[in-house]
Design a protein around this ligand. Structure first.
Ligand code: FMN
Length: 350
């Protein structure tokens, strides 16, 4: 049995093709930010309280007013079909009780995922150069029943993942991208990363803060801005109508050398009254606790869910989330916290 997320990762490594494994595990360029994300969480030391009654505990919380069973959300990641035949439907089953963020680049149509998940789905948006097409995708996500849009803002171009270039990464023939434009719903076969080429051809490199106002004007869904690390950008996101912010460096896949999210998080929390979530390198419930102590309302996890899905489909992805919830419960009890409201910055200060 997988006792921790490393065990699940080992199982996943045995099941994945080398190209899929490389796609999932890669960071951009020298992968420094990828490594630093995990390390930075572990460097935050905890100062637990003792002799607190923790006999009745709950991990429940809310995000954008939606009740979830623990402050752990499923991050939007592309191409779950590379991990398991159930693809995003497997993940959706595993995500019951929390929010699943569905990537624009999923291998399953947004309508099918919303029908399966039985819980809130937030749609992660990449904005096309063709604004008519972008608008149509937003309308489609809204009509499907998604309850928020997650606008990814750290990817005007795709950070180069050198393994994908070497592998000439593309999708196997049986997988497509049913949320994408019908004439661009698969990755090209090129002498480079097929995803990088797809990005450069279709997505809008000119995206700027005024476009957030445009997006807000075409949808009634709340907009979560994902990919902020700076204090001033957090302010701008708030001023331009964002309802929440995800502190993220895309799991170390965009600007290599970008600050680890554990370091960036308090700067963003200080800058805004919005709900702040964080992702990148969360591998233990203890890291979730650290994020809450730094002021995050919740975390998102990317690769661990993919490892679980690759290891054992929906049950494996569920196991990844259960492992994190179990560890968070343990870490909270051992810190003198009976609920997430009890967690505060006292936990990281002498
Ligand atoms: C394989 C993979 C695919 C991803 N695809 C997307 C995507 O389509 N859209 C997006 O906004 N972020 C994407 N991300 C970034 C995740 O949403 C998230 O920020 C990151 O995985 C968090 O780091 P972690 O994997 O260390 O938990 C992807 C990450 C991975 C690992």
């Amino acid at each position: 049995m997988a006792v921790n997320l490393n065990d699940l990762r080992e199982l996943a490594y045995q099941n994945l093709s080398s190209s899929a494994l490389d796609y999932y595990r890669s960071g951009s360029r020298d992968e420094r930010t990828l490594a630093r994300n995990e390390q930075a969480w572990s460097e935050i030391e905890l100062w637990p309280r003792v002799m607190v009654d923790v006999s009745k505990r709950t991990l429940e919380t809310t995000v954008l007013g939606q009740r979830i069973d623990a402050p752990i959300l499923v991050a939007p990641t592309a191409f779950h079909g590379l991990a398991h035949a159930d693809a995003e439907l497997g993940t959706a089953r595993a995500a019951r009780g929390t929010v699943m963020c569905l990537s624009t680049l999923s291998n399953t149509a947004v309508e099918r995922v919303v029908a399966t998940v039985g819980g809130p789905v937030w749609f992660q948006l990449y904005v096309y150069k063709d604004r008519g097409a972008a608008r149509a995708l937003v309308e489609r996500a809204e009509a499907a029943g998604c309850s928020a849009l997650v606008l990814t803002v750290d990817a005007p171009v795709l950070g180069v993942r050198e393994r994908d270039v070497r592998n000439r990464f593309t999708l196997p023939k049986h997988l497509s991208m049913p949320n994408a434009l019908p004439d661009a719903d698969t990755l090209p076969e090129v002498d480079d990363s097929g995803l990088g080429t797809w990005f450069a051809q279709l997505l809008d490199e000119s995206l700027s803060w005024n476009d957030l106002n445009w997006l807000a004007s075409i949808t009634s869904l709340p907009i979560v801005v994902k990919g902020v690390v700076r204090h001033d950008d957090a302010r701008r996101a708030q001023d331009h109508g964002a309802r929440a912010i995800v502190v993220s460096n895309h799991g170390g896949r965009q600007l290599d050398g970008s600050v680890p999210t554990a370091v960036a998080l308090p700067h963003v929390v200080d800058a805004t009254d919005l709900e702040v979530y964080v992702d990148g390198g969360i591998r233990r419930g203890h890291d979730v606790l650290r994020a809450l102590a730094l002021g995050a309302r919740a975390v998102l996890v990317g690769r661990p869910v993919l490892w679980g899905l690759a290891a054992n489909g929906a049950a494996g992805a569920r196991r990844a989330l259960d492992i994190l919830r179990g560890e968070l419960d343990e870490a909270m009890a051992l810190s003198g916290c009976a609920s997430v409201e009890d967690v505060g910055d006292w936990l990281i200060r002498p």
